[in-house]
Design a protein around this ligand. Sequence first.
Ligand SMILES: [Mn+2]
Length: 266
Amino acid sequence: MVPEFDQALIISDLHLTPAYPYTAERFIEFCKNEARQVQALFIIGDLFEFWVGDDAHVSSPFTQSIAKEIHAVEASGVQVFFIAGNRDFMLGEQFTALAGWQVLEDPSLVRIGSQSWLLSHGDALCTADPAYQLFRSFTRVKLFQKIFMLIPTTVRKKLGDQLRKRATIKYQMRESFDPATASIKGNVTLEACAAITQRFHCAQLIHGHTHRPGVNVESAGGHAWTRWVLSDWDLDHPEMLPRANALLIQKQGITSVDLIAASSLR
Ligand SMILES: [Mn+2]
């Protein structure tokens, strides 16, 4: 069944970690305020900076506090949905029980404000990066995940941290040596977006992951669609511009809500 709402908020790529306290603080404030003004909240991936299994994270005070806030949003009467990202696809039933949210497939079709929207984290659409797609295809296999979970949590945390650091270094190297290639590999492809929007007969695609917020009107082979991209959230690096947005969909349409200007919906 396709979930249907009059209005909803959509966010992604918060990359929450105790190491980024201002970003986490803004999310908690968002849960207490903006998130409660709508019927539904969709978190479409990379809520956490990295997640190497519920057993490695659920007992930490940080995880507990985030889960508690999400649960309180649910308790206030807002339905909360989660689509996994490439950083938190190992997020499992223990956290889901704590947060009380509903997990959706990637991609998922939803109805908001009498219109259909296709929601995806976005990493599966980056088909110009075959090495990543190969990594993605085997790490999403349940058997791989079961074997991975047999490794002690301390070792898994180290692995996760190394993987995360390596991804950042690889990205920075690509950017400095060959910005053109980095730009193509780190972005979704026209072909993948054409295929997915056609498969779901939906001309409105919403995703995150690429950290390239904006709206793109696109077409291929006589088929057209609009692609809405969410920003990541980062309020912890003073050397960079702060970033945090949400997409608000109502009967009147869709708007990008800037969450840097505090409490924008209050
Ligand atoms: Mn991502």
